[in-house]
Ligand binder design. Structure first.
Ligand code: 13P
Length: 341
């Protein structure tokens, strides 16, 4: 394992004012997104959509890395440049989703375990050859009646740690993503309690698996009320609760934390990130974004699957990328939303 190289990549992923685009939707997930704009999910439609995002003018200023999916890492721009090579040339680090999804956890009704460890070493070797310098694995922790159980959290944290160690063995920086879902009607206090337990378990497992903390990026949920909660906590409360929780569990050795958006609106996700960077200073780690939906929703709508709207989609994406870049360095304010892209 080359620690210097891992640390260099990890720091690049969370460089000041930049963050990560999660464009690693599986074929079934991207189909759901395309259904929303009544677009058939063909391989060419998926390729065109990803090309629209990756080649958006000026987006590279705010995007440090892109998470690709197995199909996408093998695709090319229309003039024949492989996506990973195109991104590298723009100064964007290519990454790859390597888990194979959250599956029902036997014996634990309503809980899941993320799969994908079998054969992972060999897949990492291939992805590294295809240009990936970092990877992603998402563990899913749902909040509900009597869940999560301690066992489900421990099993998922153990898988995350084994994945992270394998990545580092192969010179790939692991994004460690334990997502406590915001689906449901739970309070922010309940989210905080579950996120505390999850992060403490994850860092214990990472330590036991001998993972180099300087060579990972943590991708957590924010501490936030459930989407269906009757009274949802305001942005300042979310920012404070999230900072408090992260400070309790994430060692300063970790170079950066890149949040998932998890179903927040695009503007909510940007505002929360900006607030944390404003009120949290000084922080021991970089705090940035690794958003999927919160970076793509506006672009997907503006494009609508129509060739004539390719430029409009790029503009919408570049705007969200820029605003999130500003949020990552604390200089975003809500008035910027109404300014033209
Ligand atoms: P969202 O930002 O849409 O939650 O997606 C991020 C991600 O990569 C989930 O694994």
């Amino acid at each position: 394992m080359n620690a210097t190289e891992l640390m260099h990549t990890a720091r690049g992923m969370v460089a000041k004012g930049r963050g990560i685009l999660a464009a690693d939707e599986s074929t079934s997930t991207i189909k759901k997104r395309f259904d929303g704009i009544q677009l058939e999910s063909t391989e060419e439609a998926r390729r065109t959509y990803r090309e629209m995002l990756f080649t958006a003018p000026a987006a590279a200023e705010s995007i440090s890395g892109v998470i690709l999916y197995d199909e996408t890492i093998r695709q090319k721009t229309k003039d024949g440049t492989p996506f990973p090579l195109y991104l590298m040339k723009q100064g964007i680090i290519p990454g790859i989703k390597v888990d194979t999804g959250a599956k029902p956890l036997a014996g634990f009704n309503g809980e899941t375990i993320t799969e994908g460890l079998d054969g992972l070493r060999e897949r990492l070797v291939e992805y590294r050859k295809l240009g990936a310098l970092f990877a992603k694995w998402r563990a899913v922790i749902d909040i509900g009646q009597d869940i999560p159980t301690h066992y489900a959290i421990k099993a998922n944290a153990g898988a995350l740690a084994r994945y992270a160690a394998l990545c580092q063995e192969n010179g790939i920086v692991p994004i460690v993503e334990p997502e406590v879902l915001m689906d449901g009607a739970h309070s922010i206090e309940r989210c905080e309690e579950v996120t505390n337990l999850t992060l403490s378990t994850v860092f214990r497992e990472l330590y036991e698996a001998r993972v180099l903390l300087e060579g990972i990026v943590l991708k957590p949920n924010m501490v936030i009320s459930g989407k269906k909660a009757a009274h949802r906590a305001g942005p300042e409360v979310v920012a404070e609760a999230t900072l408090r929780t992260l400070k309790r569990h994430v060692p300063p050795a970790v170079p950066g934390i890149a949040f998932l958006s998890g179903g927040q609106s695009s503007q909510e996700a940007t505002l929360h990130l900006a607030l944390m960077n404003r009120i949290g200073k000084p922080l021991p780690w970089a705090l940035t974004f690794s958003y999927g939906r919160a970076l793509q929703d506006d672009a997907l709508k503006a494009w609508g699957g129509k060739a004539a709207n390719f430029g409009a989609g790029q503009k919408a994406f570049a705007k969200r990328a820029r605003l999130n870049g500003l949020a990552a360095d604390g200089s975003y304010n809500a008035e910027m939303e109404s300014q033209a892209a």
